[in-house]
Design a protein around this ligand. Structure first.
Ligand SMILES: Cc1ncc(CN)c(N)n1
Length: 206
């Protein structure tokens, strides 16, 4: 089993909670309020802007070959547009859970090695692709189908697969990692996953 497959096994219960969370179900089954969408898009616009800076910091730590094989970054504006937010979203400021998630990733990137940095970012990239695949065909005539299509597009899929490939190259034999390093990597990755779940839970409350 590759390192990213091992990681997916460890995060499976959290991913399942994400699938069951009310906002994600709302995307999959065409059932979201305007206030929920405004809140989510406001939070996520801030998040994705900051994330692209964190991603640049991370890629700088990768090998030239890994950097060269990176697919061109996708702009998530189309995904945000698919949720049809209203002008009211411009009055919504970044929430505490959002800032805490970004802080967690920034600390993991600046204090850790390239693998730790990639692992902090991986739940963001892979969970959206997996959500897209899980719900793409859930409901006919779904208003939010373009959101699901965005995260299952060949471009986004290539980006997810590149992330998995880099992780697997960096740790070709994860069973050989010391217990301490394995725990550090896992904690970085699972903490990001928990923040992903929290992000969705907050969006549903609005
Ligand atoms: C919070 C969050 N996590 C992940 C993604 C997908 N890149 C996103 N747009 N926002």
């Amino acid at each position: 089993m590759s390192f990213h497959e091992f990681l997916l096994q460890q995060s499976a219960p959290i991913l399942d909670d994400i699938y069951q969370s009310s906002f994600v179900q709302g995307i999959g089954y065409n059932n979201l309020s305007q206030a929920q969408r405004d809140y989510y898009v406001a939070q996520d616009s801030y998040y994705t802007d900051y994330f692209s800076k964190l991603f640049d910091l991370t890629t700088a730590k990768l090998t030239p070959l890994q950097q060269a094989s990176k697919p061109s970054a996708t702009d998530e504006q189309d995904a945000h547009d698919a949720l049809l937010a209203s002008p009211a979203m411009s009055n919504i400021t970044p929430d505490q859970h959002n800032l805490a998630y970004l802080k967690h990733m920034e600390t993991a990137i600046t204090a850790g090695d390239a693998t730790n940095a990639m692992l902090a970012l991986l739940p963001c990239t892979e969970s959206y692709h997996l959500i897209g695949k899980h719900f793409l065909k859930a409901t006919p005539n779904n208003t939010y189908e373009p959101w699901l299509s965005y995260y299952t597009s060949p471009e986004y899929q290539a980006f997810t697969q590149w992330s998995w490939q880099v992780i697997d190259q960096q740790v070709p034999d994860w069973q050989q990692l010391s217990h301490e390093i394995q725990q550090t990597y896992l904690a970085t990755y699972l903490t990001s996953y928990r923040y992903e779940l929290t992000f969705w839970e907050h969006a549903a409350k609005h």
